[in-house]
Design a protein around this ligand. Structure first.
Ligand SMILES: [Zn+2]
Length: 110
């Protein structure tokens, strides 16, 4: 139950991560899985690839296929819409975290 609720919440954070990195440079699935794991998100290929696909359909990302040593790798880069969505999400997240953090500080016994 708790796991499922957190997964739903984290899906938004994961999308922000993806948009952030895809803005800096083209990303690909296995790299993104490693990057997310470093931040404590356990994301399987079965979860990430459909998400990347969906974000591409939503025109947040654009896909290019490259042949790397005989293997076709799909790279994703942020679109202008993706950058706009990232900016809006970060502003909202910053305001939210600011409030939640203050609230937490007030609750701390000093
Ligand atoms: Zn990251």
């Amino acid at each position: 139950m708790k796991e499922q609720i957190l997964r739903k919440l984290f899906l938004g954070f994961i999308q922000i991560h993806i948009l952030y990195h895809a803005k800096k440079e083209p990303i690909y699935g296995t790299w993104m899985i490693k990057e997310l794991a470093e931040h404590g998100y356990k994301v399987s290929p079965g979860m990430l690839y459909p998400l990347l696909n969906r974000m591409e359909k939503e025109k947040l990302l654009v896909k290019t296929e490259k042949n790397v040593d005989g293997k076709i790798i799909k790279f994703y880069q942020s679109t202008e819409l993706g950058e706009e969505v990232l900016k809006a999400a970060v502003e909202k997240a910053a305001a939210l975290f600011h409030e939640v953090k203050e609230e937490g500080e007030q609750l701390d016994p000093i």
